[in-house]
Design a protein around this ligand. Sequence first.
Ligand SMILES: [Zn+2]
Length: 390
Amino acid sequence: MNTKMTIEVEFSDNAFVATADIILDEAINILSFSFILNNDLVISEIQSNGKPVSYEKISEERPTFRPLSQKIVLHDNDTIRRIQIRYSGSVAFSPEKRSCWHNIITRDIKSLSWYSVWYPQGTSIEIQHDKVKILNGSDYFCVKGHYDEALNVWEYGDEGYDPFNIMAYRKEVLQTVYNPSMNIYFVDDTIKRHAARSVEIYNEIVNFYNGNLFNRVNIPVLDVACASPAITTGGGYRRKDFMWCTSLGNNDLEIAWLNAHETAHKWCTGANSSSWEDWLNETTAEWASLLFALSRNDMALFDFILKPKLEKSSSFPPIKTPDNSRPNGVHEKGTVLFYELYQKYGVEPVRSAVRIFTDLKIKNTAAFLDMLCNQGQNQIADFIKEGIMK
Ligand SMILES: [Zn+2]
């Protein structure tokens, strides 16, 4: 299948206008099409096969990790070959509403991602190729994008990245620190003084993980996009060699934890992150960070990562939810469960459990427990099996 979606986006200081252009695979024969879009965005027109077409909002829903979204359905009397959706508005992270994580549009920073539903998602036809074009390109620098001077657009996508994770900075204010292992992009002056330390610790972490704690992989240059001062809370995310964060951290402990946790996700990934199974991704990433701290006898870092979780863990529900939904406190509960394992059996079983998860072909709790048993770690498997119900 070869269905393509290209989104043209034009930014102002605090909003955007976008056109999503979807060209369907020739083998697809449909008369209707549906998708979801952030509920605050306003659709001005939808065309099918080049003609305006009627559409309706049939419901509102709140998809996992994302804000309230409108579900739109359009119908045509002819087979739909091409759909163009024009819409505009703004999306912004709200800590109070716990919505639109990592998204904001300011004069200096345009930060958009999957977490805001700023582009059509949940499409009734699966999309194989995706691309973003940012107009008025000469005003910006887009991390991971390619600048086309003739067209004055930044193009981004179709290279195995999720191109809808946009981090574009106004050129005049962007600062960059380049290194052999990471490029750091920011506008906030205070980040500059932490850049050198961040690179240093990142290299130390990669040496500990790559080919030691985890199997050896090729590590491309990491692009780190900082959102401060536009966004200063709410954590970060990582997609391949693109890392989004608010800042690099304000001190050595924060810098080490951010790098250790996010880098671990290169391996600690693959369990369904919208279900309770996400405990596997997050627990192993936190424990990779804790094992890194132990490897350098850095008990200050160990406590810095662990203590807040020990304090909060008991207030959260069990990891395994009756309806398989993702419980609150999935980082805390799993990290503390592995800490109990560490206290009872020592560091080796924890190290091996982390490694076993990352080596699994099918990443879920059942396969994880099976593999522990296959490797003769029945006691550990039983301990975890009980722990996730508590
Ligand atoms: Zn994580």
